[in-house]
Each structure stands twice: as structure tokens, then as C-alpha cells.
Design a protein around this ligand. Sequence first.
Ligand code: TXA
Ligand code: MG
Length: 319
Amino acid sequence: MASTETRRHGGAPVSLDVAAEMLRAGRIVAFPTETVYGLGALATDGQAVARVFEAKGRPSFNPLIVHVCDQEAARALAVFDADAEALAARFWPGPLTLVLPLREGHGLSPLVTAGLDTVGLRVPAAPIARDLLKRVGAPIAAPSANLSGRLSPTRAAHVAEGVGPRIDGWVDGGVCAVGLESTILRTQPLALLREGGVTAEEIEAVLGRPLPRDLTPGRVQAPGQLSSHYAPGLPVRLDVTEPSADAVLVGFGPVAGDLTLSASGDLREAAAALFDTLHQAELRARALGRGRIDVAPIPERGLGRAIADRLRRAAAPRP
Ligand code: TXA
Ligand code: MG
């Protein structure tokens, strides 16, 4: 059937040059950022953006993050207040997404913003992402390059196994350095919408005041706020300190486990390893005939809060 034909593209690894050409031509291509791999489409091309939703199986009411190569490109799309200026100056390029009021004449497809009058913008730091944005010369909408509700990809192999057959290609840039999605912050009114690669403490230090949090599950403002999200294919149990015969144990610090997020208890190392370790734990559990993934306690400070947030969603009852 023609509809099956258009849905299965059988993506393959492509060079940066080819990826840029494909994106400019309206194709959808995954690429590495310092947080996770994103599934990119030209943000001005509604049909390309629609294919991203389709490939992910994502509900179309969720807006996508728009990636730009620098602050100037960001200013062409959105209006910056003093807080946004200060945060962009301090954290861009890097793992912070700012939700800002759209500027008139922005040219983005309304599908990208899900019809909202704000846009989530980010200048990524990973050299491949920056190079790609420069070559394309236009904003790229990119959600994480995973099937909706599943673990975010931090290696090209995760992309290949997940959305791979449904997209046009991907750029292999090795392992993502941060390993957690970007922090999402709205400035008007100011609120933290998703914990991520930049900690709340770092943001508060720049703003000079406490950060209201708007992470209320139920009032879904970002898919990362759905209670079950970032889920591996097996049940997950948290705060486990002892190995058990029916589970693979993911350790941290003093809890050794079958695998570990960081033997030395380093939160940055644990963040970078989180999604890949959960992928590996699932493979290991299936190979050993174990039905569950157990995870050691993670201290909820700094990056530990974003890690604990992702783990709670991985452990939440599935819809
Ligand atoms: O690190 C990241 O942020 C990765 C890489 C690829 O950049 N991207 C990512 O995208 O995690 P995604 O689509 O999985 O999550 C983007 C989040 C969504 O939860 C979406 O609802 C929120 O950003 N978002 C985007 N625009 C928004 C807006 N105008 N208002 C509120 N939330 C918005
Ligand atoms: Mg995602």
C-alpha cells in the first residue's frame, strides 16, 4: 500500500553534508546533540514536521523544541525579556530550552508550536549539531529521536533500533555527553517546566531569585511531564539496595549492581550514562530471563533531581 510505503523510509547512517541536504529538502534526519539525539525537520516546513510526529507516534498537541545556531537566529523567532537575555548569555550554547513569546513574522510552521503563541528555543553545544545548523541555515525542529514514551537515545544505535526504519537517516556522532534532555524554562511567567542538563540551582544563581516550578503532573505542558515517560520495556523499581534473583540491578555509588550509573557516585557521570544503562539493563534482563529492572537510590540534589525525575517516570504505571 502507498501509505505503508510513505511511512517506512528505511533510514541509514548519513554524513553531515548529506544530512544537511536532506533536511533542506524536507526529509527527516536524526542527529546528536550534547543532551540526546534529536529527530530533525526544517521548522518552517509543516509537512516535514508532520512526518516527525508520525515517525515518533507522538500526540500532535505537543510542541517541539526549535534548534538554532546562535542567539541572533533565536532573536528572529522570539522576544527576549531581561531574564531570557541573562539565561541565554550564560547557558547557550548548552542544555537549556527557553520558552519565549513568538516574534511576529517568525515563519515557523504552526505544527511546531502546536498553535501556541510561544516557542521552545535552544542553541545546542555539540559540534555536530552546530555544524549541521550552520549548513542548513534555518531553524530545525527536533524532539528526542525515540518512539513516543520510550527511552531517549544517547547513541546512534538507539536511534537505529527505535525510529530508524521510519526516518530518512541519522548522523552517528557517538555518545551524547550530557545524556539527559535539556532543562525547559518559561520566562513569562517564570517557571521551570522540565528538569534537565542545567540545574535549578545554576539558573537561580543567574536570576538571583528562587525559581517557581511548574512540574505538576496532570497539567501536561510538556510530554516530559506525562507521568509515565522515558520508559524501558520492563517494569522498573526504584531505591533498591540489594540484588534480587528476578531483576537486573542498576547500581550507583556504594550499591554495586549488575551495571552501575557511576561507581564513584558522580551525578554528572550518572546522567550521561542513564538512558544507555537502562537500555543495557533491559537487554541484560531479557538475556538472563529476569523480568524487572531495579535501580539504586540517587541523591536528589543538582543533576540528581533530573535523574530521579526520569527514573520516576520510567517506574510509573504504564497507561
Ligand atoms: O535536550 C532536548 O531538549 C532534546 C534535544 C533533541 O534537543 N529534545 C527534546 O525534545 O527533549 P522533546 O520534544 O522530546 O521535548 C521537548 C519538550 C516537550 O516536552 C514540549 O512539550 C516542550 O519541550 N515544549 C516545546 N515548546 C514548548 C512551548 N512553547 N511551551 C511549553 N513546552 C514546550
Ligand atoms: Mg522526548
